[in-house]
Design a protein around this ligand. Sequence first.
Ligand SMILES: Nc1ncnc2c1ncn2[C@@H]1O[C@H](COP(=O)(O)OP(=O)(O)OP(=O)(O)O)[C@@H](O)[C@H]1O
Length: 265
Amino acid sequence: MLKFEQVSYGYSLGGQLTPVVENLSLEIPAGQLLCVLGPSGCGKTTLLHLAAGFLHPQQGQLSFQGRPITGPHPERALVFQDATLFPWLRVVDNVAFGLRQRGVARTERRRLALQMLEQVGLAATANAWPMTLSGGMRQRVAIARVLALQPAALLMDEPFSALDANSRERLQDLLLQLWQAQRQTLLYITHSVEEAAYLADRVLIFGPAPQSLRADLINPVPRPRDRSAPQLLHFCQQLRQQLAQLPCCLAPTILRPHKEFPPCA
Ligand SMILES: Nc1ncnc2c1ncn2[C@@H]1O[C@H](COP(=O)(O)OP(=O)(O)OP(=O)(O)O)[C@@H](O)[C@H]1O
């Protein structure tokens, strides 16, 4: 269980604290695939960084599996929009990198890395350099790298948004396949209504503070899902209606300045 309890977080802008997430309470059960949609600038990445332990709330608390989140931990792994692979390491060594940090012996980490590459369909590229891979392949390697560490939670920030439509759909299917096998708690930020409806067990609609959480919807579409099924398209429509009630973009200047939180550390 990933739990937010009355969490508030604001950035200091021009000497004033501007709340981005305000008084958010949220429980994400273990193994749930939760997608977050919302206008640009409403605080989705901030939410993810709070869950990762990169940011600390000025008010409230976060916990994972009953323990307070006090900083980053390998049990909660992040995947970014751009696959940030190490260009000086071959693909297999990129995947093995975290295992090496953990002290796993060389032969074993290579075996595990190759196994993960097999799962993401890239065993043949094990000895390639990252720069020789396509964007979609690099993102597969990035996923293999975090999953090799067997995190209990996967935090993904628009991981497939830079890819072409075909690669994006293939990676969504791959992610679902891996998630169904390992059942991590998955917090997934996206701008795509279709992606959220296809992937999620549950979708949150985020809006600007002071009411960060605008809607919390259980996905009624049974798995496995068909992208063109009427029930899925209907759920997309429901999500679009929720989003239509919000501004499409939130510049920091239009976020409401607020002085009640203590200053950011
Ligand atoms: N380090 C920072 N310092 C000051 N303000 C920030 C910082 N990071 C983000 N913000 C502001 O906080 C607000 C929320 O940013 P955040 O990146 O969480 O939004 P988002 O919903 O993920 O946006 P997008 O969908 O465009 O990625 C924005 O107004 C942004 O400008």
